[in-house]
Design a protein around this ligand. Sequence first.
Ligand SMILES: *[C@@H]1O[C@H](CO)[C@@H](O)[C@H](O)[C@H]1NC(C)=O
Length: 564
Amino acid sequence: MRAKYKKWLGVSLVSGLLVALLYAWSPGTSSGVEIRPRQESLIKELLKGKIQDPISGNHDIVYHIKEDLACRLAQNTCVCLPDEETFQLPFSNLLFPRVWAHNFELAFLESHPDSKDIKHHRAEEYSNFQKRTYNPADVPIVAEANSPLQYPTQGVEVRPLKTIIIPGLGLKEETRSNHMVYLTASLGTFDVAATVDGVSVKGEGEKHMILSSPVLSTLNRQLQFVTYTNTVFHPKTADIVQFASDGHKSFFVIKVGHGTIPKLYNTGYQRGSCLCVFLFYLEYNISALVTIATKTFLRYDKLKDLIDSIRQYYPTVTIVIADDNEHPQPVTGPHIEHYIMPFGKGWFAGRNLAVSQVTTKYVLWVDDDFFFTANTKLERMVDILEKTTLDLVGGAVREVTGYTATYRHTISVEEGGEEGDCLHIRNGYYHVIEGYPNCVVADAVINFFMGRTDKVQEVGFNPRLARHGHLEFFIDALGSIHIGSCSDIIVNHASKIKLPWSKTDSQKAYEKFRYSSSSADNYIHKEVFYFKNRAFLAFSRLRILSGVRPSNLLISSLKKLRLP
Ligand SMILES: *[C@@H]1O[C@H](CO)[C@@H](O)[C@H](O)[C@H]1NC(C)=O
């Protein structure tokens, strides 16, 4: 009787847990983090800075702050509050995941003997980074009201040290005895490509040029031939040009930079006859377009299952394997590249190595304990990457329990003060992709994804993250990679929930290596957030530093349950 009761209790707890996981990982519920206003006076200060009105004389006019909107403005110092812990039950964190606030300043600097030096060093590095990424074209410029000046507001570009004609210059004003305009630049000089009779031009070949004429129409004719020559080399910057008449001033930007060199892949695949239109994506030659990359450690049995399952569906696709086992075993077969690394080089180092060897247009990342089924349709991933502007698309991973995870997250950075910036990491996505009802756009996806090889290589995987890491790649990729996630492209996760006493020695060794987070490893994670990403706080419903997947959560929860 007691045994029966215990069993029932165990089963109901497990099913409760599954419901909780489904709840916690269900996509689309982007439960926001409150950024609560601190004091009204602070918001007022902030607004004052934001509304520098060039038309003076209205400073006394009263305004009313709309609080719910005002506190959504970037506050420039992140003071965001995590959820308060209201009650504590054994599984309350799973049922009602709290928002975790990780304070990296505390977590990282506390363990550091010379925290002042580190802070200073980070500030210096950040200041250099800002100098390197500064672009004058990003500086806001306001076109003042009622200017008689006509000029291009954007879209003027010159290659370094080359010359262009500035389009769109003109003057519209009442007739007077003399019409005059000035042009001033800092990284280049002005000239005229042709002269017009009756117009006086002073300062040709210089940074400051004056054009004047008693007749407005001849001056406007002359303005059509004004040239700009970039004289200071920089591969990517901008010159802010001042264009002025008596009493009126305007500014516009000339972008200076090399052209973009495209990176195109000659995949050799061609659309066949018009019949292909009816075959949709079946025309893609996956072997020519995709390389499958993985990293293995202590799990050759799983790796073999993965390779066998791939070969069932894609017999000639290339598989790149990065291997940092202490005693590597041969992994052979057609279209397999097996790269042996020094022992224990680690997770992200392996990802980096594997991805660096890919020569096809796309790379598919899989873990070594995944296996393909009929639902693992790589054609669908290729199709969405070929037909949209996405650079990377994640799929779904099906656990042995039947639970399928897509691990969709949005990430945002809130600019902070000296302490650092705030990272917000939330469950959810932005929007459904038109024409692909099962696909959405997000900032981070699961560890089963296909990406444009050059884009994934560009971001890279920080090889210092040895034991675990996943979100770190997507944090580095934020803003430079356009990411999607499709729930109908599914790979299976082979790791069965093994009770502790039925594990093989290699499984135990793997788990010991992977999930025992040494203090050195934790230190690196904190350092990456605090120093490399200059984050001060991170908000998420995940414990960033533990890097656990739902299945691992389940395993550890089951351990605690001690089923009979
Ligand atoms: C697909 O691509 C592979 C590798 O580039 C090539 O060997 C094969 O002939 C191609 N198959 C078809 C049907 O074009």
